[in-house]
Write a protein that binds this ligand. Structure first.
Ligand SMILES: [Zn+2]
Length: 67
């Protein structure tokens, strides 16, 4: 039976457990994938912000340079 660490209490529990027997977290591994999904969106927004900010900062400089 494969054992994985609970994302909340980090105790080894069965991968197929529907709830953590130690802390009682329901569906602990869907919680884990939901967290990484949110992390991915946050990173996408951070990268998009840097690209848009860089574009708005560099574009006027580029227009000045070629004029
Ligand atoms: Zn737990």
């Amino acid at each position: 039976m494969p054992l994985l660490a609970c994302p909340l209490c980090e105790k080894s529990i069965s991968k197929r457990a529907h709830a953590c027997p130690n802390c009682g977290e329901p569906d602990p591994f869907r919680y884990h994938s939901r967290k990484s999904w949110i992390e991915r969106i946050v990173w996408t927004m951070v990268i998009a912000f840097i690209v848009i900010y860089g574009w708005l900062e560099l574009l006027p400089m580029f227009i000045e340079a070629i004029r």
